[in-house]
Design a protein around this ligand. Structure first.
Ligand SMILES: [Zn+2]
Ligand SMILES: [Zn+2]
Length: 120
């Protein structure tokens, strides 16, 4: 097999995403980020990451507003209101990290927090 980019060069590796042949030069291109990957898959991954990040930010803003509305409805004092909103805004970020580790457990986190607030 030859490199998908350089037909004259022999492939020494394969793209870890699509399996295309990569020559030494192409295989080392994304070494800095520890990936053996072709240009197409690299840009596809890049777009995916950006999309996920934007989505997380949007979710955080939405969660913040929801947290704010909930705390106003619950009549929390200003301090609690801000803390509660910020905690809620962190949910999407925590979600991203925790869904990889404990997918189900994290579903109960907001419930626990609301329960705690009610008791408090
Ligand atoms: Zn590829
Ligand atoms: Zn190449």
């Amino acid at each position: 097999m030859n490199c998908y980019n350089h037909e004259e060069k022999e492939a020494v590796a394969q793209c870890s995403d699509c399996g295309k042949g990569l020559c030494k030069e192409c295989a080392e291109k994304y070494q800095a980020v520890n990936l053996i990957i072709c240009d197409d898959c690299a840009s596809a991954r890049n777009n995916y990451d950006k999309g996920t990040f934007t989505k997380t930010i949007v979710m955080a803003v939405v969660a913040f507003v929801i947290g704010l509305v909930i705390s106003i409805v619950m009549g929390l004092p200003a301090g609690g209101l801000i803390v509660f909103s910020i905690l809620t805004a962190c949910v999407p970020f925590g979600w991203r990290v925790l869904t990889k580790v404990t997918p189900k457990l994290f579903l109960f986190m907001p419930v626990i927090r609301v329960a705690y607030l009610f008791c408090y």
